[in-house]
Design a protein around this ligand. Structure first.
Ligand code: ASP
Length: 177
């Protein structure tokens, strides 16, 4: 079985209902509790790095993510990062340049609806992200709504649709059927 590190950064996928509306508060262990299929695919360690709406992700957070991966690189076969959708494509691009020629998969995913929401896209996206991290090619990719998109080509093109990300001027890396 492959060893995968899951890094939590916040976003809607990890949000709970608070007095001020949705706010990121769930950690990767809580997300995985709702996604039992992942335990059948691989061994997972969890690291909660940030609990942020991704509109508050700054370059210092990109550097922190790259450092967290570099420090643990040898211990894992792949990495899954849960992240808010609004700036996921920017983080994916930044990581692509911060960690170049990487033979191990670094997969970002998130969701339009929190993991506890009826009909959420969180569970599918998270399971697909782990499937790709276990079996996919190296480098930074976004896995979302059944598509795998190269980190330097992804853009959020829809605000509410589950089909939120597109690969710009480049074919998708893979699709899930
Ligand atoms: N505002 C949220 C974020 O980017 C939206 C989402 O995750 O879908 O963190």
């Amino acid at each position: 079985m492959k060893n995968i590190l899951m890094i939590g950064t916040g976003g809607t996928i990890a949000s709970g209902q608070t007095a001020e509306g949705l706010a990121p508060e769930l950690d990767p262990l809580q997300l995985l509790r709702d996604t039992p299929r992942v335990a059948q695919l691989c061994r997972v360690d969890c690291l909660q790095l940030y609990s942020l709406d991704s509109t508050n992700i700054r370059p210092c957070h990109w550097l922190g993510l790259a450092r967290a991966i570099r420090e643990r690189y040898d211990q894992y076969d792949g990495f899954v990062i849960s992240h808010g959708t609004d700036t996921m494509a920017y983080t994916a691009a930044a990581l692509s340049y911060l960690i170049q020629d990487c033979p191990k998969p670094i997969v970002l995913t998130g969701a339009q609806k929190p993991i506890w929401y009826d009909g959420t896209d969180s569970k599918r996206n998270l399971t697909d992200a782990f499937l790709y991290a276990c079996r996919g090619c190296g480098g930074v990719q976004i896995v979302f709504n059944g598509k795998v998109i190269l980190g330097t080509r992804a853009r959020k093109t829809r605000t509410k649709s589950f089909n939120a990300f597109s690969s710009i001027d480049y074919p998708e890396t893979a699709v899930f059927r």
